[in-house]
Ligand binder design. Structure first.
Ligand SMILES: NC(=O)c1ccc[n+]([C@@H]2O[C@H](COP(=O)([O-])OP(=O)(O)OC[C@H]3O[C@@H](n4cnc5c(N)ncnc54)[C@H](OP(=O)(O)O)[C@@H]3O)[C@@H](O)[C@H]2O)c1
Length: 316
């Protein structure tokens, strides 16, 4: 439950007078948080979290500690917990780790970061460099145990997943996984899902980008692998496509009152999805997104209607 007074306290660090959409406040106050179980353990996570690349890493790079603190506090106080970052996201790991430590909120965050010293699925990874990068992540995040480390962009999976498996066995990492947001790499991703003992994958999925529905999401269900959805808005793609169109009235039938909630409810409605981590640098957007992880989800018929609507819009 978040009162208006509480909201002002949460976002005070953002350095601006923020006005929360009354619909968002109402959702945060009265609607149940949607949670999903991590298939390998049953541990439940709130279905909407925060992505630390893109605009978030920009405010981190500018060392805008107030902005980073405002977004992280909005994540937690609105009922979220998963924060997705990566060694490769510039200042994102270091600044979020420092701010969370200073605000004493680090233990309320489910920390998901990534390793990659191999580039985008190209050259072999140097194991010494991979281990050094992982150690730097521990230092930057300032925590003794990292909840999830994934191999970023399918970079040399045998080498880097092998190192993650070792660290998981020692208890320094709780879960391991692998990511790609490039549909052309899905066949390789599927091979890894069939052959490696991973807990999570991270992939791209959105109302206008549904390739993952064909093989990857059903395979995740079959292999009991958790799914983190990246790019639920396609970065700026969906925002350009929507433009200033009003949200249709029927979105209220599944408790979506903004386009962000519409798009998040679409991805969270897929039963294979564990959590979606939209990126933001704005506490109000964070609250809006968290409201997309509460209340009713669209039915199969409503999902079809959502796709029809989006496909009727001109491509961005
Ligand atoms: N291969 C990989 O492992 C991989 C690849 C890509 C992404 N990722 C992860 O996925 C996360 C999400 O991806 P992304 O951040 O690139 O794209 P995204 O979540 O699809 O879109 C982010 C964009 O949407 C805006 N936005 C967020 N919430 C909004 C709201 N409620 N209303 C209006 N605009 C809103 C953000 O701007 P504002 O800051 O103004 O809110 C930003 O411009 C990344 O941060 C990263 O953690 C992983």
């Amino acid at each position: 439950m978040v009162s208006r007074r509480e909201w002002l306290r949460i976002t005070a660090g953002a350095g601006a007078v923020l006005s929360l959409n009354p619909r968002v406040l109402e959702a945060l106050q009265s609607q149940e948080i949607i949670t999903r179980a991590i298939p390998s353990t049953g541990e439940r996570l709130p279905a909407v979290g925060l992505g630390g690349a893109n605009t978030f890493s920009r405010v981190a790079r500018a060392e805008d500690f107030d902005a980073v603190g405002g977004v992280l506090r909005a994540l937690l106080d609105g009922g979220g917990s998963v924060f997705d970052t990566a060694a490769g996201y510039g200042a994102s790991e270091e600044v979020s780790g420092r701010v969370a430590d200073e605000l004493r909120i680090a233990d309320r965050i489910f920390w998901a970061t990534k390793v990659n010293v191999a580039g985008r699925g190209g050259r072999p990874a140097d194991p010494t460099a991979a281990r050094a990068q992982i150690e730097r992540s521990f230092e930057r995040l300032r925590i003794p145990v990292i909840d999830l480390i994934q191999v970023h962009n399918l970079g040399d999976p045998p080498t880097q997943l092998g190192i993650l498996e070792e660290l998981k066995a020692t208890g320094r990492i709780r879960y391991i996984g692998i990511t790609t947001t490039n549909g052309r790499q899905y066949p390789t991703l599927a091979d890894v899902m069939r052959n490696e003992p991973i807990d999570f994958i991270g992939i791209d999925y959105a109302v206008d980008n549904r390739l993952a529905e064909e093989v990857i999401l059903p395979l995740a269900q079959e292999r009991r692998i958790g799914v983190i959805v990246y790019l639920p808005f396609g970065r700026s793609r969906m925002w350009r496509r929507i433009g200033d169109r009003p949200l249709p009235d029927w979105a209220a039938e599944f408790d979506a009152h903004t386009w962000a909630q519409f798009m998040l409810k679409f991805v969270v409605a897929h039963p294979a999805v564990t959590v979606a981590t939209p990126g933001t640098s704005d506490p109000e957007h964070m609250a809006d997104n968290l409201a997309g992880g509460r209340g009713r989800l669209p039915t199969a018929q409503q999902l079809r209607r959502m796709i029809e609507l989006v496909e009727s819009l001109p491509s961005a």
